[in-house]
Design a protein. Structure first.
Length: 319
């Protein structure tokens, strides 16, 4: 077995130069690799390499600048941060809606399925999932020493939703009767509760990727020719490459329509895209954005606002 070792920044730069990468500022590049993992950085240019398949001998099709790949890297960081902030807004709203629909009669109704179903409609799988949820909740309370939840008769839904993670909250929502899921879906402007729940699963996957600092560039969120379904009635012209992150942005945008600050995360993404350099970041190949995505209505007003802000800043700088 070949023994490999980690290599210092100056060796990384030399390695990349042999592959055909151009460095305008070696000092800046060295500082970058002092604080950023080369293996991670490599994910942003792997598709540009050609050769016999052996990583060590592959080279760039044509010379490419380090700055361009760094722009991709930095944009990915801002995209991930912006999406995570948006998902946090959604989580807060979702928890409150769960409280309103699950605890409408009694804040402890979630503890017993018969509060939602007649006994004959509680199947084996539903009962198993509920038992699993309650055991995980008990384990969480004990592990985290939540003394304010030590009394089972005081574990109201408005307290529980603040300590369970999004995955557990989704598990609880999935156990609700179709009527209650439909009511929750309607709160987020969905007319189909099945699509609503499926979309929440996608958002939970995206949340976990963002929380663990995963690379979003060319990240496929669905495998085996599956695709994220975006209802035609939503009015989006196209969803681009449906395996990548762009359709999840549309889902997030749809769910956050009820929030007054829905524009902020999209503004951050657009500003970063313009700042990092539009020639460095191919939104279509990297994230599944469709052609002329900026003409779609849900982006149009953000684009106009950002360009207006840029023009005002340029005028201010020239004064």
């Amino acid at each position: 077995m070949d023994m490999k070792r980690s290599i210092p920044p100056h060796e990384i730069i030399s390695l990349l130069e042999r592959k055909g990468m151009v460095f305008d500022d070696r000092v800046s590049a060295s500082d970058f690799f002092e604080h950023n993992n080369y293996y991670r950085f490599k994910m942003y240019f792997n598709e540009l390499l050609v050769g016999d398949g052996r990583q060590a001998t592959r080279t760039f099709r044509q010379h490419i600048s380090f700055a361009k790949i760094r722009d991709r890297y930095e944009f990915d960081n801002i995209l991930r941060t912006s999406l995570f902030q948006a998902i946090q807004l959604l989580e807060i709203a979702l928890r409150e809606k769960a409280v309103m629909h699950i605890g409408v009669n009694n804040g402890l109704d979630y503890t017993n399925l018969t509060n939602f179903y007649s006994e004959e409609h509680i199947g084996y799988k539903l009962r198993l999932n509920h038992d699993k949820f309650m055991k995980k909740l008990e384990h969480l309370i004990n592990r985290q020493n939540y003394t304010f939840l030590s009394n089972p008769n005081n574990r109201y839904i408005w307290k529980i939703v603040e300590v369970i993670d999004l995955g557990a909250l989704l598990a609880l929502i999935k156990m609700l009767p179709a009527q209650k899921r439909s009511e929750m879906a309607s709160d987020f402007d969905y007319d189909n509760h099945s699509i609503f729940v499926k979309h929440l699963d996608y958002i939970n996957t995206l949340r976990n990727q963002c929380a663990h600092h995963a690379v979003l560039w060319k990240k496929e969120f669905l495998q085996q020719n599956r695709a994220v379904t975006i209802p035609q009635g939503w009015g989006y012209r196209t969803v681009g490459n449906s395996k990548y992150v762009y359709p999840l942005l549309l889902i997030l945008d749809r769910m956050l329509k009820i929030m007054p600050s829905n524009f902020q995360w999209k503004s951050n993404i657009l500003l970063s895209y313009l700042t990092q350099g539009t020639d460095s970041i191919n939104l279509a190949s990297g994230y599944g954005f469709p052609a002329e995505w900026y003409r779609d209505g849900h982006w149009r007003h953000i684009v106009d606002a950002v360009y207006g802000l840029q023009k005002r800043l340029q005028q201010f700088a020239s004064d």
